[in-house]
Each structure stands twice: as structure tokens, then as C-alpha cells.
Design a protein around this ligand. Structure first.
Ligand SMILES: [Cu+2]
Length: 78
């Protein structure tokens, strides 16, 4: 495979695997739900990262990342 990126914005390329629920095996994936069928739900419980900041989350099902994304904002205790 040859990949060329002439855009001014950064990009990544990955090949998610259906058998693994389209969840990349990476130390950069902190938490994830299981692959959910339509009209189903899942809940995950985790401790927020200790460092305040913005932590991006995204749906890795093919084609969804453009609109199914958000930011978990961790703020210092007040
Ligand atoms: Cu999705």
C-alpha cells in the first residue's frame, strides 16, 4: 500500500477488524464499549484520567467517525 497525504490537516489510516468489534488494538485506546447492535445499549465505568484536559472519543465503526465523536473534558477539582 502506498499512502500520500497532501492535505494540510493530519490524518491516520487503520484497518479495523470486524471480528474484534472494530476496536483497534492500541495502548492509546483507554476504554471502549463492545460493538453494539442497533437499538441496544452498553455502559462502561472507568476512572477519568487524572490529568485535566480534553480526551477525544470516537466511534470506530467504519464510516461513523466523521459524526460520532466527542470530547470528555476532565477538569481540576473545585
Ligand atoms: Cu457509530
Amino acid at each position: 500500500m502506498s499512502y500520500s497525504d497532501d492535505c494540510e490537516t493530519p490524518h491516520t489510516t487503520l484497518f479495523p477488524c470486524q471480528e474484534k468489534g472494530y476496536i483497534p488494538e492500541s495502548e492509546n485506546v483507554l476504554f471502549h464499549t463492545n460493538l453494539l447492535a442497533p437499538q441496544s445499549s452498553d455502559a462502561i465505568y472507568f476512572e477519568a484520567p487524572p490529568e485535566p484536559g480534553n480526551y477525544a472519543y470516537v466511534c470506530t465503526f467504519p464510516g461513523h467517525a466523521l459524526i460520532m465523536r466527542g470530547v470528555l473534558k476532565v477538569v481540576p477539582p473545585q
